[in-house]
Design a binder for this molecule. Sequence first.
Ligand SMILES: *Cc1c(COP(=O)(O)O)cnc(C)c1O
Length: 381
Amino acid sequence: MTRPAPAAPPPHALLDLAPPTAAEFAAVERRVAALLGTGNDVVIMQGEALLPLEGCVKGAARAGSTALNIVTGPYGQTFGGWLRDCGAAVHDLEVPFSGAVGAEQVERALAARPETEFVSLVHAEAATGNTNPVAEIGEVVRAHGALLMLDAVASVAAEPLLPDAWGVDLCVIGAQKAMGGPAGVSAVSVSERAWARLAANPGAPRRSYLSLLDWKERWIDTGRRALPHAPAQLEMAALDACLDRIERTGLGAVQQRHARAAAATRAGALALGGGLAPYVHEEAAAAPVATTLRTPAGVDASALVAKALAASPGLPLIAGGGPLAAGMVRVNHYGPDASEEAVTSCLRALGEALAHAAGPGAAPVDTRAAVRAAAGAWAGA
Ligand SMILES: *Cc1c(COP(=O)(O)O)cnc(C)c1O
């Protein structure tokens, strides 16, 4: 008697994936360039977005030079540390995380230090829920002549991002937020001015994983014919798939979904009551990628989120990081969670948790009014 044939092995599709060829890798770079509407070189870095961000700072900030670091949230604080590591004289322009920095503040900071060569700025901060007017700031920085680095990880695909029109020299993106893609690869567009600055900096990383110049010399300047290292094939395939999905949906439609999610969350939270309030005061400064909410006095945000998630696991809710954990709730309505359903579910879960958490005399919670307000804002945005 013959034994039955062994069952077919499970499909190891992820393991069997062939690495992208140089031509395929270059095609993904062109797709990213198209997404950013940039004519500058795009380098795809084989690591999470902190890799190109650190590579940009370490490459562009010369020892002994002066840098203006605009701090509107925790990522700006990180950049300040890197700039100091480079031996730059760093001026931090810090504004309350509940708002945006104004172009006139940047103009004054540059006028006070005309020798400033480098400006670092975060477009939208997912961690604090604010977004900055990059077009106006870019104009001021360009007029001054400094190099502008922009962290656009939390803004790309969530809101308009025009690095070339805005005079951004180094524009860093990651796919893990509004693009709904992988976190393990990232990209940076590099202007001619920025390449020249990096090349002239004796301290810029070379023969290093942080080195943008290595990619220029070994990949771009040789006609993108041979990849300098084994590419991260899973992440590259996922990035290509996510760019494909955005192209099919239309970038404008993806951005509109995020704008709607932000408007609906804000309106819903205001109608919810219970003492919950938008953390970012002005709606114009609220980022489409994520909405941050301030919990009322006596309600710990971490405990509130834990309660909401225990009842409704999997919702895109998280308490603020570090010192913000006690008083801030974040609704991460990005990527697939930029949906009316996700927003509504978050409002319901927060409403229920808040109704239980609040002590006697607390402001009443009206979950139905919140859902109604969210629906109205979703339709109107
Ligand atoms: C999410 C994000 C990044 C990526 O950092 P992670 O901490 O790895 O998520 C970088 N910059 C900004 C502004 C972000 O919002």
